[in-house]
Design a protein around this ligand. Structure first.
Ligand SMILES: Nc1ncnc2c1ncn2[C@@H]1O[C@H](COP(=O)(O)OP(=O)(O)O)[C@@H](O)[C@H]1O
Ligand SMILES: [Mg+2]
Length: 592
């Protein structure tokens, strides 16, 4: 034996596939000079310097033996090995039992993260929480081409994180041009993002124009029909016929017009026709004779009496009914009867219909502009390709959209962008059959408070948006349309959508339901990392997914221009002088 016995301060006492136990005699001697050891710190375990096992501390405990001496026990979770200067996840090429345990150096930790991703693919928006000198890049391709979920309680930093990510995505360039080719559409339900993206294509209720005629049948019926009503079948079959016929009227050259064909129809003409059907009077003896008061028509039986009516076939009749509100001869005399729908079944429907389409609040959908806007203009507006301004980011401020049409508004916009991706791919493949990158203008759709559009609920009022977004969740990637969902209530988000997310940014989450829901979705190899979720600071997050080498607790970089907060500083405002209130103006806004 040698005279000098090297004092072993720390040693591995047991090795399991997912755990290493380490015993430490003196913690002071064990830690690196200027760093403290804590849960989450990294250790290196090795016998020689060619292979180093990196493990992350999960817990500490103290053991006191019979003679009163203290020993520290550390349990750590092995993450992977560093071999030939490269970090490899997992790996069990460690000789057992390894002897040497030390805290990992900053350089080694950097090796794990910074060398794990090719320089050109690095997208970086966070640092390691336990050592801010270590940047945590993600693989930008894997990050954006899979769906992303950002979850956390209010105030945990979701909106700031979303802003940071998009601001960085928009400013990154590979050449000397001014506008790069990133494309982001943000659905902003709380008016937060205008301040974060001052150069964005900003759309709110005042300049949003959506054509109602691009709504699909479900969306149209959701807003115009009373789903719960007894007469619903009648309503919807009449409505379908009218829409289809009116589409044919306006698209005479197109032989393939169906109810759902996305072409123009005139909603006011549908309303005229509904009113006319509701008031219709027919000739009892000749059922194709309609008792319309109209001087311009020669009466069929003009020679005898006026109330034999105007003879119209089915098509002529609807065309005439579209034109305007008609007057009918009063129901008197034997040879007169009410029309098929004049029995009251359409009464409520037509009142409701009228109320909807003349409302100022729904002007963005049913107003004059919605009739005039073309398909192309609608898409240009949504994608930031407007003539006078091209932009990377489009912010759609939904705060002014009435609640009853929020779902179909989100649905229509999402669906149009998805279908853009679909048809763009088709076009590209047609032009070049060997095309590999099927969309050179891929888009990220960002939904703030996603549980409001895609809840775990089958209620009719969420049906449209849920369906459209679920479709993107399932198929969007193929067409270059991916999702970023932010939510404070992950347990209330549709599971179909959530389970399609591959990258998670889990911020502080305090609600136990939400915690356990998120845990269920995440890989169970995370160890105790996930238990940190309730204790994270603002801006701290557990970053997990295919785009990152290791699940890690990170500190998200602060954003350049912050989103505006909805927090009202009560205390400060209350201390101010009494404020005047213009109830008149409020009323005007209210009654709009
Ligand atoms: N990355 C960050 N670094 C430091 N502070 C942050 C960070 N992200 C958020 N915060 C702070 O946390 C607060 C809440 O952030 P916010 O993004 O509005 O949260 P949420 O959208 O989850 O409600 C903000 O006032 C901000 O100052
Ligand atoms: Mg927020």
């Amino acid at each position: 034996m040698s005279d000098v016995i090297e004092k072993i301060n720390a040693e591995v006492i047991s090795v399991y596939p997912n755990k290493v136990k380490i015993s430490v005699d003196n913690l002071e001697d064990f830690r690196l000079a200027d760093e403290s050891l804590k849960v989450g710190s990294y250790l290196r375990v090795s016998d020689n310097d060619n292979v180093v096992l990196i493990a992350i501390i999960e817990n500490f405990s103290i053991e006191v033996n019979d003679s009163g001496a203290k020993k520290y026990l550390i349990e750590a979770n092995p993450l992977g090995i560093i071999k030939n200067d490269r970090f490899i996840r997992g790996g069990d090429s460690l000789a057992i039992p390894p002897k040497k345990v030390e805290p990992a150096t900053e350089d080694e930790i950097k090796k794990i993260y910074e060398h794990s991703i090719l320089q050109t693919e690095k997208f970086s928006f966070a640092s390691l929480s336990s050592n801010l000198n270590v940047r945590i890049p993600v693989n930008g391709n894997k990050f954006f081409n899979k769906h992303i979920a950002v979850v956390g309680s209010t105030g945990s930093g979701k909106s700031h994180t979303v802003s940071t990510i998009i601001q960085k995505a928009v400013s990154e360039k590979s050449g000397g041009f001014s506008l790069n080719n990133s494309h982001v559409v943000i659905f902003d339900i709380h008016s937060e993002y205008e301040s974060a993206f001052p150069d964005a294509n900003f759309i709110d209720i005042n300049n949003l124009t959506l054509p109602y005629w691009l709504l699909n049948s479900e969306e149209l019926e959701e807003i115009l029909l009373d789903t719960g009503e007894r007469d619903n079948y009648n309503q919807s079959s009449v409505f379908r016929t009218l829409v289809t016929e009116n589409k044919k009227k306006y698209n005479a050259g197109n032989t393939k017009i169906f109810y759902d064909t996305p072409v123009f129809f005139d909603i006011n003409e549908i309303m005229n026709a509904l009113i006319n059907l509701k008031n219709e009077i027919k000739n009892y003896k000749a059922s194709d004779h309609y008792m319309i008061i109209d001087d311009s028509y020669t009466l069929v039986d003009g020679s005898t009496k006026i109330d034999s009516g105007i003879r119209l076939n089915e098509e002529q009749r609807l065309l005439k009914y579209f034109d305007g509100e008609l007057k009918f001869h009063p129901t008197k005399g034997q040879n007169i009867s009410k029309g098929d729908y004049a029995d009251g079944t359409l009464d409520k429907f037509s009142v409701r219909f009228q109320a909807k389409i003349i409302q100022n609040r729904l002007d963005f959908l049913f107003g004059d502009k919605s009739k005039k806007i073309t398909f192309e203009e609608t898409l240009q507006q949504l994608l930031g390709y407007t003539k006078d301004k091209e932009t990377n980011v489009t912010v759609i401020d939904l705060s002014g959209v009435p609640f009853e049409v929020l779902s179909i508004t989100v649905s229509l916009i999402s669906r149009m962008i998805f279908e853009y991706g679909y048809f763009y791919k088709r076009l590209r493949t047609k032009k070049n059959a060997t095309e590999k990158i099927n969309n050179d203008i891929p888009i990220l759709l960002v939904y703030e408070e996603a549980h409001k559009y895609v809840p775990n609920s089958d209620l009719a009022k969420f049906r449209s948006s849920k369906k459209s977004i679920e479709r993107i969740a399932k198929e969007g990637r193929k067409y270059g349309v991916t999702l970023l969902l932010a939510s404070q209530r992950p347990s209330e988000i549709s599971e179909t959508i959530f389970s399609q997310c591959n990258n998670f940014i889990a911020m502080r989450l305090t609600n136990p339901n939400d915690q356990s829901y998120v845990k269920k979705l995440l890989p169970d190899t995370l160890g105790t990392l996930i238990d940190k979720m309730p204790t994270l600071k603002a801006g701290e997050a557990l970053l997990i997914g295919e785009s990152i080498i290791l699940p890690s607790i990170v500190q998200i970089d602060p954003c350049r221009n912050p989103p505006s907060s909805n927090d009202i500083p009560y205390w400060e405002i209350w201390k101010e002088e009494w404020k005047l209130l213009s109830i008149d103006e409020i009323k005007m806004e209210w009654y709009k």
